[in-house]
Design a protein. Structure first.
Length: 158
């Protein structure tokens, strides 16, 4: 059997990556029961994790961290507040600035996201930190490639 060309390997890699991205997107937006509290999506649990790691963070800061629009972040935050996972308070120094905090229920959701992240990391890297660091470098390069392509195509950054 003849070895595949670099172009064929790159094409197969791209198809595999697109399938994985699609599965991740579907999984993150599917509502599930994770134990106590109302059903939620993995995206909502991840947002609780981010807020729990940065108590007092603002929606704008989360948008920037995630590379998504403020509108998209605001929609998730509204759902989290409505479900009782997140609370919001005005900054004492700037009344226009709304700071976010997880509730007790939100901390439970954050723990779900945290444990999922740890399990995924363990599955991806086995016991090798080197392997995980290599994957992180790859994803960082992929993100930079797509950001560069967006600029070349005249598309706004997210």
């Amino acid at each position: 059997m003849t070895p595949e060309s670099d172009a064929e390997v790159a094409f197969e890699f791209t198809l595999t990556l697109l399938r994985v991205i699609n599965k991740i997107q579907q999984g993150r937006r599917t509502t599930r029961n994770y134990g106590s509290g109302p059903p939620m999506t993995m995206l909502e649990a991840d947002m609780c994790l981010l807020i729990s790691r940065q108590p007092g963070v603002t929606g704008a800061e989360l948008s920037s961290d995630l590379g998504v629009t403020r509108s998209a972040t605001s929609q998730v935050i509204t759902k989290l507040k409505d479900k009782g996972f997140v609370t919001e308070s005005h900054d004492a120094a700037d009344a226009k600035r709304k700071q976010l905090y997880v509730s007790e229920l939100g901390e439970e959701a954050a723990e779900i996201a945290r444990s999922y992240s740890v399990r995924m990391g363990n599955e991806l890297s086995g016991s090798s930190r080197e392997e995980l660091e290599s994957a992180r470098r790859f994803v960082t390069k992929l993100e930079a490639f797509h950001e560069d392509a967006r600029k070349k195509w005249g598309l706004p950054s997210e």
